[in-house]
Ligand binder design. Sequence first.
Ligand SMILES: C[S@@+](CC[C@H](N)C(=O)[O-])C[C@H]1O[C@@H](n2cnc3c(N)ncnc32)[C@H](O)[C@@H]1O
Length: 263
Amino acid sequence: MFSNAEAYEQFMGRWSRLVAPKLVGFSELPERGRVLDVGSGTGSLSFAVADRSAKAQVDGIDPPKEYVAYASQRNRFPDRVRFQVGDAQALQMPDRQFDAAVSLLVFNFLPDANKALLEVRRVTKPGGRISAAVWDYADGMKMLRLFWEAAVAVDPGAEQHTEKSMKLCRQGELASLWKQSGLVGVREEPLEITTRFQSFADYWDAFLLGQGTAGAYAVRLTNEQKQALRSELKRRLALPAEGTPFSLPARVWAVRGDVPKEG
Ligand SMILES: C[S@@+](CC[C@H](N)C(=O)[O-])C[C@H]1O[C@@H](n2cnc3c(N)ncnc32)[C@H](O)[C@@H]1O
């Protein structure tokens, strides 16, 4: 039986780990200083920041204790990276603590993303950079799009569960939020990775871990419905054999902006 953090790693963490260095590159963070990782989960982005900026100190915050414990256990930079329980919408930190802040695959899940960004801005120093990225669920995240297209083909009711209408996932939406919050020099870009699967099972089994909206949908299906969805996915992938490796593209929208120098 997997813990949630382990299941997250197998379902999404393996892909967020590939995007994390791209977001760090796009962010152009300072070589040294304190960086806040908002919604650090299993730690991939914090570790990517520590890898890239040799003198950076990273604080990762995430609400569930289990994620904090899991990331702490994997911590390869115990002198420079630490994880603690925290809520982006109510940060328990004094003003102007951090030289930069980053966040990967989190803002779309926050009930009040605007409040969270204002909190992140509050704890970031004037001139500090705040960056974030979310999956392009509506189009560019093929691993999930394919799943939902097959799900809707076998069960039209599945349409209401798709992430298509999730907020902050379309081009321009993160950038608007960043501008509304008074950040300056706002820039948004797509960042692309390839999700590579060893076999059909490598793709399908991850949904049965119950992670995310797609996983939650998959585990609620009856065995018969699961078989129908599995067959439809296989048909759409058109692999020569179940054991054939294959790749799918995945894209995030990434945004960056700076806290104005005057505060
Ligand atoms: C899709 S995961 C991304 C985790 C990690 N950043 C990564 O890229 O692998 C979303 C994360 O947001 C966290 N989260 C949810 N609500 C939050 C909140 N109010 N404040 C901070 N993090 C939150 C979740 O616990 C989860 O770890």
